[in-house]
Write a protein that binds this ligand. Structure first.
Ligand SMILES: Cc1ncc(COP(=O)(O)O)c(C=O)c1O
Length: 409
């Protein structure tokens, strides 16, 4: 049996979503319906231009095309080719059933016993627990809470070993909503290039950049466009594109060798992706829909973020944060008289009292040790629902916060 650590955030969600009235810790923006997706199209919907086109009703539902639906691979390749001198070929995009298998395949293609892997932290646990399960030595490269979750590039230089095989980053970052800026990414690439190291970036929250303008010189590009080929990224329809119910994600790399290794793992894990899912994804990413879809999600994120910000200002005596710049999540710290609360107890008590469900930071993102007092809030839900939830949390802070224990050292 291969031993792997419990996937804490997913286990927490599985356990408590059925018991909650208000689930406010999803990392997906408000999921969209196919009808709403249709309504976002600038081009009239027709039998050919539809999430599920008419031709699919009479098509044999065989396995999908190896590597993925050609139109979808081309569209995704184009998205990575903007502002780059050399376009990414469609053959260098591999469609997967979500980013979870994409990450699984990439990690299996990159990591093994005897390898040293550096992972940006905190992050989605998959990114460090799979390398550990594969026998790699994992070093966590910590974002600094006190510096709005920025990382220290000098520290990264000091972490490199002769057997360092990969640097894994998650940009924008789950659970903080922080970003690695352009200059930080350029430094990471420089360090990787000097040492012949692969860079793997989980970019599932691209392009949900609600609080930084693309005109900002520090706006983060995809690492695929920084002129280093030994790079691989994963992406997904679940997050920025609000379609977690169609299981479509992808792997993209300029390195044919990395893609070939991933294709081999893909054959063992997925074979192909549902034709129906791929077709809906191709519709959502079509230029007639894409911009309106991103606008829908960024507008909702901005509107809700300002509501969450007012809440945090009002309850400054109990909570604080580094305001997120991107994605759908915020990492909010709760404390009493300067002492972090026991975030697991807080989440459980709040759920029991008000039906509101958050994810505790120390359990879901901190190996039970780091990020005590933090909770992940998924705020890109219906605005009225967020307002109602924050009213309930406010009530709880006024009435029940007294009984929440502080964290043990
Ligand atoms: C950073 C990160 N990567 C990957 C995933 C998995 O995404 P998908 O729904 O595409 O499998 C998640 C889900 O929360 C995530 O936060």
């Amino acid at each position: 049996m291969v031993k792997i650590a419990p996937f804490e955030v997913e286990l927490w969600l599985n356990k408590y979503i059925p018991l909650s009235k208000h689930f406010v810790s999803s990392s997906c923006p408000l999921p969209i319906t196919l009808n709403e997706l249709r309504s976002l199209s600038d081009k009239p919907v027709s039998p050919d231009h539809d999430p599920i086109p008419e031709s699919l009703f009479s098509a044999a539902l065989h396995y999908g095309t190896p590597g993925g639906l050609p139109k979808l691979r081309e569209t995704i390749a184009t998205l990575y080719s903007i502002k780059t001198p050399t376009p990414l070929p469609a053959k260098n995009v591999l469609i997967t059933p979500g980013a979870t298998p994409a990450n699984f395949e990439i990690l299996h293609a990159l990591c093994g016993k005897g390898d040293h892997i550096i992972v940006h932290y905190p992050t989605y646990q998959q990114l460090y627990s799979i390398p550990e399960a594969l026998g790699a030595e994992v070093s966590l490269w910590r974002s600094k809470e006190e510096d709005k979750w920025a990382v220290d590039v000098e520290e990264l230089k000091g972490m490199i070993k002769p057997n360092t095989k990969a640097i894994i980053i998650n940009n924008p970052q789950n659970p903080t909503g922080a970003i690695l800026t352009r200059s930080t990414l350029e430094s990471i690439i420089e360090i990787a290039r000097e040492n012949g190291i692969t860079v793997f970036s989980d970019e599932v929250y691209r392009p949900l950049f609600h609080s930084i303008s693309p005109a900002d010189p520090e706006f983060p590009p995809s690492v695929l466009s920084l002129g280093y080929d030994n790079v691989v990224v994963s992406g997904s329809m679940s997050k920025a594109y609000s379609l977690p119910g169609i299981r479509v994600g992808w792997i993209a790399s300029r390195s044919d060798e990395i893609i070939h290794r991933c294709v081999n793992w893909h054959s063992y894990t997925a074979i192909s992706v549902s034709q129906l899912d791929e077709s809906a994804a191709a519709f959502a990413l079509d230029s007639s829909v894409l911009h309106n879809l991103i606008k829908r999600n960024n507008d909702l994120a901005r509107r809700n973020l300002s509501i969450l910000e007012s809440f945090i200002e009002k309850y400054r005596w109990a909570c604080e944060w580094a305001k997120p710049v991107a994605s759908t999540v915020a990492f909010v710290k709760f404390s009493k008289m300067g002492k972090s609360v026991d975030d697991v107890a807080f989440c459980e008590l709040l759920l029991a009292a008000k039906g509101v469900m958050f994810a505790p930071g120390s359990k879901c993102f901190g190996n039970g040790v780091d990020f005590k007092g933090y909770v992940r809030v998924g705020y890109v839900i219906e605005t009225e629902k967020l307002e109602e939830v924050l009213r309930l949390v406010g009530e709880y802070l006024e009435e029940g916060f007294e009984s929440v224990p502080v964290a043990k050292k």
